[in-house]
Design a protein around this ligand. Structure first.
Ligand code: UDP
Length: 444
């Protein structure tokens, strides 16, 4: 790959969606505010495009969030477009390391060699050159996460209004997280605003007047979240290989160390399976090599499969590791939807979590969720009321909480109903669209 070649950007097609869909889910005053604010933003942006730039069109929370939001902006008459940058395997190795550092975790030290910096900057240069062909003065560009952070200076130089959005963070920043901030901050000076998912993810050393927090959200009408008929449920579960009878405990996530699928399996094997007779654990994630910006997943999946084989046969047969096909995104989303609806209890045993869309998705489907008290998960679940929070390292506490819910359908149903209401009030698209719209208007 020649260093001067322009990157080949992927333009992700996004169909518009009517904001009217949300009307039945919002109280009347909120609907009025929402529809007005969308119209005002469309008016203010006349002649300008809003660009979202990230590193993958599918797999993971950022792609999911963009797919939940952009259709409604487009439906409201805003010309918003989604572009995915190009990077080499070395580039994605490096940005995965930075991603882990931002979570306070290091796989390989905190430093960056001059070679690594050169790899990053040359990828940014090639992508910026390609973006320069399409981005115009006065356009708004939302640059997502560390993968694309290095584009900020060049996009600002084009006369665009640049917002950098961070989707990850850590409750207690350590030296690894700070090392990642140091690495990225020089690229971010010229951004007009910085958006974080929650207040305590905001980095030191940024101009506080430019900082905003906007919590992520889900789209109630997406394939992942819409209601399913019994026939659809039957077909999708059969396809995933999940039995129609018996009770199911589920975790859906990428095969990532920070999601700790191996910990979930051991918590189930030691603290749930022996206490319940008809309960199975389903660990679902993308088919092994399908997520192009994340080289770590095949390794974690291999470790999980090896440890699964080493379990006692009677327990192993109650653990299903489901690799969801990723070639058809809609089908993948429908399968996740069916699994979440099928589950009696949903688990999210993350060791760190920027927000945790899987938690919101399950709560919206009225599932009781048992999850780690980390990051954005603690913003969603109010412990004991609309879900259960446990210490991320305490396998026994996780197992106890799951077993209690599996054995008490009434409490599980109450918690599930409260969970849906929590999401309706706080974590659906309209709240996010309004907050982002307000920010964009303030920058125009
Ligand atoms: N997801 C999916 N298929 C999978 C695994 C995950 O569609 O096989 C989705 C999941 O439903 C959620 C998103 O990917 O919408 C993951 O977002 P989250 O915030 O939970 O975690 P992230 O992957 O961003 O760390």
């Amino acid at each position: 790959m020649s260093a001067s070649r322009k990157a080949k950007l992927i333009h992700v097609p996004v169909e518009p969606a009517e904001i009217e869909r949300y009307r039945p889910l919002l109280d009347e005053p909120l609907w009025g505010e929402f529809s007005r604010s969308m119209a005002e933003l469309a008016g203010a942006l006349q002649g300008h495009t809003v660009w979202d730039v990230n590193s993958t069109a599918r797999g993971g929370g950022v792609a999911e969030l963009l797919a939940s939001l952009i259709p409604y902006d487009r439906g409201a008459g805003i010309d918003e477009r989604w572009v995915v940058i190009e990077g080499s395997p070395e580039f994605f190795e490096l940005t995965k390391r930075v991603h882990n550092l931002l979570h306070g975790v290091s796989s390989d030290g905190a430093g960056f060699s001059p070679d690594e910096r050169a790899t990053y900057e040359s990828a940014m240069k090639r992508n910026a050159a390609a973006l320069a062909d399409v981005v115009n003065t006065g356009d708004v560009v939302i640059v997502h996460d560390p993968q694309a952070a290095g584009l900020v200076p060049q996009l600002s130089a084009l006369g665009a209004i640049v917002i950098w959005r961070s989707h990850v963070g850590v409750d207690e920043p350590n030296d690894f997280a700070r090392a990642a901030w140091e690495l990225l901050r020089p690229y971010l000076d010229r951004a007009s605003a910085f958006v974080f998912s929650r207040p305590n993810y905001v980095w030191d050393g940024l101009d506080a007047s430019k900082v905003r927090t906007i919590a992520p959200c889900i789209d109630a009408f997406a394939t992942k979240n819409r209601e399913l008929t019994d026939a659809e449920m039957g077909r999708l579960l059969a396809e995933a290989g999940v039995p129609a009878g018996g009770r199911i405990v589920l975790q859906v996530s990428r095969w990532d160390r920070l999601k700790d699928p191996i910990g979930v399996m051991h918590a189930f094997a030691d603290h749930v399976a022996p206490l319940t007779t008809d309960t199975c654990l389903v660990l679902a994630g993308p088919a092994s090599t399908s997520v192009r910006d994340d080289p770590e997943q095949p390794e974690v999946l291999q470790q999980l499969l090896a440890q699964h084989q080493a379990l006692d046969a009677s327990i192993a047969s109650r653990v299903l590791i489901v690799q969801l096909p990723m070639d058809d995104q809609d089908e993948n989303a429908a399968m996740v939807n069916a699994l979440q609806r099928r589950a009696d209890v949903v688990v999210q045993k993350s060791l760190a979590e920027g927000f945790g869309l899987t938690v919101a998705e399950a709560m919206w489907k009225s599932r009781p969720v048992v999850a780690s008290r980390v990051g954005g998960i603690s913003d969603q679940i109010e412990d004991g009321k609309n879900g259960v929070l446990v210490d991320p390292k305490d396998l026994e506490a996780l197992g106890r909480a799951v077993t209690a819910l599996v054995n008490d359908r009434e409490r599980a149903a109450r918690m599930g109903a409260a969970a849906r209401e929590r999401i309706r009030e706080q974590f659906l698209g309209p709240r996010h669209l309004m907050e982002q719209g307000r920010l964009i208007r303030s920058l125009l």
